[in-house]
Design a protein around this ligand. Structure first.
Ligand code: CA
Length: 302
């Protein structure tokens, strides 16, 4: 079903413990991305910005899962090249989580490397769409660590896949069949490591799914929980392509009367004309039945 991106918001914050912000984001509908850089000095910042720039430049060519993965691999090549030739940023790397909305198909294609997450918030429920490429993530998946143990594990920030550390990178992709009212959240681990999933869902509920308000509330929640890392969130909603037809407006008005300016004069006139033209037709049919019955009775009694 065709959908369009409604409101969207991207917000990044240094947090309360770090001196620099090594996260980067892209919030350019229908393209959204998060990159969480790592490396000594300012190398992490260089890596995440290179990733965001490469993803944004490649966006025009993006189509389908393979298209998005190709753009992420191109970002990897660019960061790796730079890391190899510039000793100041040797060994730098970054996560990347990208979401591209295909409005005509009504789908969201997601590609990711590392532990920056994509979540779907639908009908009041939050679901993690991506799988963390992290040491603890793999231990949890193999059953050697519980979610609770992973949350406090000393090596919980160690990632097993990154952009820029190798010439080649394996990119995970998925396609989401979107629905009207869906809210998609991309975030760095500065949010997901500080704020539990049920608390993230609660914040989204409180913000009534409004992207800007929700983004601000999520960053505040991460900082309130300690703000130990840079925190970045990107949120976008998917809404219906067309305005509801007049019939749908009429149905809505039976339960909650719309404000006068929400009903156009044209709609009112169309509904009025419909009712007015049906009555004479019904009377004519009744009159024909009555005349026929009278003629039949008259022919019998004569
Ligand atoms: Ca981080």
């Amino acid at each position: 079903m065709p959908l369009v991106v409604g409101r969207s918001a991207g917000l990044t914050d240094t947090g309360r413990k770090r001196r620099q912000n090594e996260d980067a984001l892209v919030c350019d509908p229908p393209l959204f991305a998060i990159a969480d850089g790592m490396g000594g000095a300012q190398a992490g910042e260089v890596a995440s910005r290179l990733a965001a720039a490469a993803i944004e430049e490649g966006a025009a060519a993006i189509q389908g899962e393979e298209g998005v993965a190709t753009v992420v691999r191109a970002a990897n090549a660019r960061i790796f090249e730079r890391a190899v030739h510039d000793p100041a940023v040797a060994g730098m790397g970054t996560t990347a989580t990208v979401a591209v909305v295909d409005e005509r198909a009504g789908t969201v294609t997601i590609a990711h490397v590392g532990d920056s997450r994509a979540y779907l918030y639908r009908d009041g429920e939050l679901e993690q769409l991506t799988t963390d490429h992290s040491l603890v993530g793999e231990l949890v998946r193999s059953g050697r660590l519980t979610e609770d143990e992973a949350a406090v594990h000393p090596h919980r920030s160690v990632i097993t896949r990154a952009l820029g550390t190798d010439a080649e990178v394996e990119v995970d992709t998925l396609t989401l069949e979107a629905a009207v009212g869906d809210l998609v959240l991309l975030c760095s681990d500065g949010l997901s490591a500080m704020v539990r999933d049920d608390e993230i869902a609660q914040v989204l509920r409180s913000a009534e799914g409004v992207p800007r308000a929700a983004a601000e509330a999520l960053v505040s929640a991460a900082n309130a929980a300690g703000g130990e890392d840079n925190v970045t969130v990107v949120l976008f909603e998917l809404v219906s392509e067309a305005l509801p037809p007049p019939e749908a407006t009429a149905v809505t008005s039976t339960t909650s009367p719309p404000e006068p300016d929400e009903v156009t004069v044209e709609d009112v006139r169309r509904h009025g004309a419909g009712k007015g033209s049906r009555w004479p037709a019904l009377l004519l049919v009744l009159a024909i039945i009555a005349v026929t019955a009278f003629a039949l009775w008259w022919s019998l009694v004569r």
